[in-house]
Write a protein of this length. Sequence first.
Length: 416
Amino acid sequence: VEYVERRREGGGGESSSTQSTQSVSGPPRVERYTGAAETKQLSANEGAVAALLAVSNDTLCFATARGGVHGWDLRAPPSKEAFRIFVPPRLGAVTCAVAGPGPGPGGATGEDASTGNATWVAFGTQTGVLGLCDLRFGVVASARAHPGGAAAPVDAVAVARSRGLVGPHPGHGHGRPLVWAAAGEDEIALWDVAGGTCHRVLKVSRRRDGFGCENVADTVAALSMGGGLATAPCPTRRSDWTVGSVHHETLYRIHELKDPSPTADGARCLLSLPNGSVLSGGSDACVRLWTPGDVSRTRVVCGPLAPQERPRYEEFGVEVNAGVRSDDTHSTDHDDTPGTRVIPVLRETPASAKPSGRGRETKTQSDDVSVAETVASAAVRHDCHRDSVLAMCVTGVGTARVLVTCGRDAAVKVWK
């Protein structure tokens, strides 16, 4: 319901207040919008709202840092919840969440599910845990830890919207919860959250000398365990708040208060596109377009980079030992066959240093690109963000489609 204050057509300074549930048609005669929405007040003990999702036409889903995943039926009183899925404290505070596509007409899933209600929600936590909530039964169906552990918190997640991103393994990509997750230093990986298998990696390298293809597996945290997720700490059979034989430090992760994990550079928001591409907003104030399988279309959309400093992109396969996991409790969910598995890696490397006009190079070939220097260089520019890009969306139809981004610099920018 919107309360709109409009001017009278006959002129004069008088105004009338009207109540309407539809948008104003014709030429806008709106003087101001006074407010107008249904609100829901949460307890301060649940922490910040990490994500707000639409799981159906009438139901919203929101995740809080310490209260888990909640369902909000807009047709019901705000005091009643459609569902609530408790996330144990040992999994960490929820930082992001995304709703998976539900079955469309005829049971279609993935790209064919243009309509239908979401059946699952994937979430990430501050301790590097990727979880999967089954909305049909209201439970946490899977919780797996990133190979980087607490040093690789999950900053953003997005549902993969193309089946062509996974390999030709039978059963992969058809109705599977495939999620892009930004975790680790300058890393984005495509995970099967239910099976704990990595299918693709997007990597930003800050080193000008780069690494060879044979050294990528040692520098990418997502591939350090054979391209798989580890088992996350599970709650006890009794109430998770009951100590029992579990020590307080393990139950509530008290050790993180003593030595908190540093915040790594990387993507802070993700947006998956229907053609399989991914937009990422980074802590270096750059918005990148990743197109797996097509290096020529991968580029930096906007950022504090000079034309001669445009990075290079290359894609190659990295062999990892398949079936090497620290867990064996869900062997039916992923491929544990002995041997090797090839995971495509799309990598960005900085442009090579070029000689300046005085006969010397501005930067040596072995210098690293500093994120702090990149962000500082954007302080005097207006064609890009001046700090981390935190959220983005695409709006409009046809040729009028635009990209809207907002950042920590308190700026909202529209790109066409």
